[in-house]
Write a protein that binds this ligand. Structure first.
Ligand SMILES: [Mn+2]
Length: 302
């Protein structure tokens, strides 16, 4: 749906993380000019509502994220009903629950959702396994149907993602409970040593093939901490030795051209940890590369 109107949705949530700085990520990217940069690639861009987490109305941090997820999901579902393409800008990664629950709900009458998850972390904790109890470490588990009902059962149904329709790329910081869950479900995880050995291009190619098999639509949830902190220091939870920005820009260029590409989410931009706008620019370049109407709009190889 590369000709669709690109509809930016801000996800102003930091309550899912221990350091809440990501709450200001979407506003900072907007200020940086991400919408204008996307328009300059030739896309028609509109910026709809920013959905804001409201912890003062909640009984706990988890409860705050549950309420936020429901409201974000409602907003994204409305974008999809208008046949527009959502670009959700986080926000800590707990926003993925709302984003992808809505996409799964939208696709449900036709079939299943496929998802490529690029991240330094596995985000596969549940409230039963998480020491920090930070909800931004839980969205993968929730989308797979594990965790608090308020995160797993949006739109009144569970298992938004089937394990074989998910591939995680770039993981290098995780806990045994997370690998135990993902192993038991059979989720394909490309840990960072594999990415370094095979190259990001080969890994993404395999991931795209896997998430397209048996699904009717797919998307990418890109946690900026999947990138190497040398290229993107301003993230919620940076981890050394990640995917290099230049590789990501080249490999992901034009990926939204695929007719089954439904939505993109970019998360964990923390402007309080950025230096000179380096990470904001990296985020802007990334979304422009992925969403440009032609793969070579930035002079990049297809
Ligand atoms: Mn994440």
């Amino acid at each position: 749906m590369s000709n669709a109107v690109l509809h930016l949705v801000g996800a102003a949530v930091g309550e899912g993380a221990s350091d809440g700085g990501c709450k200001w990520g979407a506003a900072a990217l907007r200020e940086h000019g991400i919408a204008q940069a996307l328009a300059a690639t030739g896309r028609t861009v509109t910026w709809g509502d920013t959905v804001t987490a409201q912890p003062m109305l909640a009984t706990s941090r988890l409860n705050a994220i549950e309420g936020f997820s429901e409201r974000l999901a409602g907003t994204v579902a409305q974008v999809l009903r208008q046949n527009q393409q959502p670009l959700v800008l986080g926000g800590d990664h707990s926003c993925a629950v709302g984003t992808w629950s809505a996409v799964a709900e939208h696709l449900r009458p036709q079939g299943a959702l496929g998802l490529v998850w690029i991240d330094a972390h596995l985000d596969a904790h549940t409230p039963d396994t998480s020491d920090s109890q930070a909800p931004h470490g839980m969205p993968v588990a929730a989308l797979l149907g594990h965790g608090s009902v308020g995160m797993t059962d949006l739109f009144g149904w569970r298992h938004k993602l089937r394990p074989e329709h998910l591939v995680i790329i770039g993981a290098r910081s995780y806990e045994p409970a997370e690998t135990a869950l993902l192993d038991s479900l059979g989720v394909r995880v490309m840990f960072m040593p594999e990415v370094l050995e095979r190259g990001f291009a080969a890994c993404f190619d395999e991931a795209r093939t896997r998430v397209q098999a048996g699904t009717v639509g797919w998307g990418i949830s890109f946690d900026l901490d999947g990138l190497d902190p040398r290229d993107a220091p301003g993230t919620g939870t940076p981890v050394e030795q990640g995917i290099r920005l230049a590789d990501a820009l080249q490999v992901l260029a034009g990926c939204s051209q695929d007719p089954q590409f439904v939505a993109l989410e970019l998360t964990e931009y923390n402007p309080l940890r950025d230096f000179g706008g380096q990470t904001a620019q990296a985020a802007t370049d990334l979304v422009c590369s992925m969403l440009a109407p032609q793969a070579n709009a930035l002079g990049l190889a297809a």
